[in-house]
Design a protein. Structure first.
Lengths: 111, 111
C-alpha cells in the first residue's frame, strides 16, 4: 500500500484527474446566471471539491476567454457579479462532454 | 461557435481533461510487463491519444515515485526496458478508478 511519504503522490495524481472536470462542471452549472459563491456551493453539492482560490480565478479566466459573460446584479443590498455561459462556452461544454464520454468508454475497456 | 482564434482555448481545455486519465490508463495497462513503445500503441488503440514526448517522461516519473518497476529484457536482439505496475501503483490505480467513477456520477447529474 502507499505509505505516508506517498500520500503527496496520491494527492497530486487525484488532483490532476479532477482538475479537467471543474471547467466542465462550471460551464454546465452556469446555464443559469449564478454568482461565484453560489456556484461553489452547487459544485460542492454535486461532488466537485473545489475551493474559492481555484474557482474565482478560473471564472475570470473563462470570462477572458469568452466562454462566460458576467453582469452585476445591484438590485439586492449587496451587489454580486453573476456569471453565465456564452454560446462559445456552450460549444466548449459540448466538446468536453463528448470527450469525457469517449474517455469513459476507453477507461471501461481497461478495467 | 468557437472561431479559429479560440481553437487553442478548446485544445487546452480538452488537453487538461485528458491529462489526468493517462496515468490511470498507463497503470491499468501495465498489469502486464510492457515496453514503452508497445504501451504507446496499446493506449492509442484504447483511445488515449498520447505521444512519446509525454509518455516516456511520465513512465520515468512514475517509476521514480515507486508506482512502476522496470526490468531490461536482453533476450531479444534489441534490449528493451519493460515496465510493470508495483503494489503501490496498483493501490493508486484503485484510488484513481474510484475517483473517476465518482466524477462520472457527478457529471451525469449535471448533464
Amino acid at each position: 500500500m502507499l505509505d505516508v511519504s506517498d500520500s503527496d503522490v496520491l494527492a497530486s495524481h487525484l488532483q490532476e484527474l479532477r482538475r479537467g472536470t471543474v471547467v466542465m462542471a462550471a460551464l454546465a452549472t452556469l446555464s443559469r446566471p449564478t454568482y461565484g459563491y453560489a456556484l461553489l456551493e452547487s459544485l460542492s453539492r454535486a461532488g466537485f471539491a473545489v475551493d474559492g482560490n481555484t474557482l474565482y480565478p478560473l471564472l475570470r479566466r473563462l470570462e477572458k476567454q469568452g466562454l462566460l459573460t458576467s453582469e452585476w446584479n445591484t438590485e439586492e443590498s449587496r451587489p454580486r457579479k453573476f456569471y453565465r455561459v456564452s454560446p462559445d462556452g456552450d460549444a466548449l461544454l459540448a466538446s468536453l462532454l463528448a470527450e469525457w464520454q469517449a474517455l469513459h468508454t476507453s477507461i471501461e475497456k481497461l478495467r
